[in-house]
Ligand binder design. Structure first.
Ligand code: VGL
Ligand code: ZN
Length: 249
């Protein structure tokens, strides 16, 4: 029974807003899956920046790739050898991977700066470490988005680097998803506290209803996840699990 934008739910009899009552298929709902940085260097046994359990998420990622997402994207961290985030490109004593923080400046506006962490060399273009895990079913992936190619800036988000410079900062992912009229973005992959986090936060800023599939991520530093969950809360990003109904459409 329709009454303006209200409806009577046939199962619970409550008068409820259409958006929450109608099955997803009847309202506007076009989901995309973004699988972040499932690359050799982020995984045991040989990755230079291996995230504990990184390889273990692949069976679930392959299950997700079997689902009817309108667009399935895989991203790759894809750095040049002289990338600013590599500790090896900096002088002692402030060059300890995982520990040292450095200041990077917006190349177009040097007064705009950001503090960022240094890492071991990782995901260097053309190396084995930059490859997606061979057990990931890339035949189901529609688009591969590479990021982090600009030597001078860190880029955790698959959408853009933090300086959002016109023309050069963006990966094209936002345009790809908007052009396809995607409404909802589901994010999974590595690492939960870096590239998954900034990708999900940017997806929400782009206006997509954004969910992170918690079981399908692993963190560099699991103890930082409480703070990340707070950020998600403030940004309207929700963390879902495979069997909690969020993926049953
Ligand atoms: C990442 C650290 C450095 C990530 C990328 O994919 O989460 N983390 N570069
Ligand atoms: Zn990186």
């Amino acid at each position: 029974l329709r009454n303006g934008c209200l409806a009577i739910c046939t199962s619970c009899n409550a008068s409820t807003a259409l958006r929450t009552c109608l099955p997803a298929a009847m309202s506007s709902f076009k989901p995309a899956l973004v699988i972040v940085d499932v690359q050799e260097d982020f995984c045991p046994p040989n990755g230079s920046l291996a995230v504990q359990g990184g390889r273990d998420i692949v069976p679930l990622l392959n299950e997700l790739l079997d689902r009817p997402f309108a667009i399935k994207v895989a991203t790759k961290d894809f750095h040049p050898q002289d990338h600013v985030s590599f500790a090896s490109n900096h002088d002692a004593p402030n060059n300890k991977p995982f520990e040292s923080m450095i200041t990077i400046a917006n190349p177009l506006n040097p007064s705009e700066t950001q503090e960022t962490r240094l890492w071991p060399d990782h995901c260097i273009q053309g190396t084995k470490g930059a490859e997606l895990l061979p057990e990931l079913d890339v035949t189901k992936v529609h688009e591969i988005v590479e990021k982090g190619q600009d030597t001078r800036v860190e880029m955790y988000s698959a959408f853009a680097d933090p300086f959002k410079r016109p023309c050069v900062s963006r990966s094209g992912l936002a345009k790809l998803l908007h052009d396809a009229e995607i409404t909802d973005v589901f994010v999974a992959g590595l690492a939960a506290d870096y590239c998954v986090r900034y990708t999900a936060l940017d997806a929400a800023k782009e206006g997509f209803k954004t969910r992170v599939i918690g079981e399908a991520t692993r963190a560099v530093d699991p103890s930082s996840m409480d703070a990340v969950l707070k950020e998600y809360d403030e940004a309207g990003v929700t963390v879902v699990e495979k069997d909690d109904g969020s993926l049953s459409w």
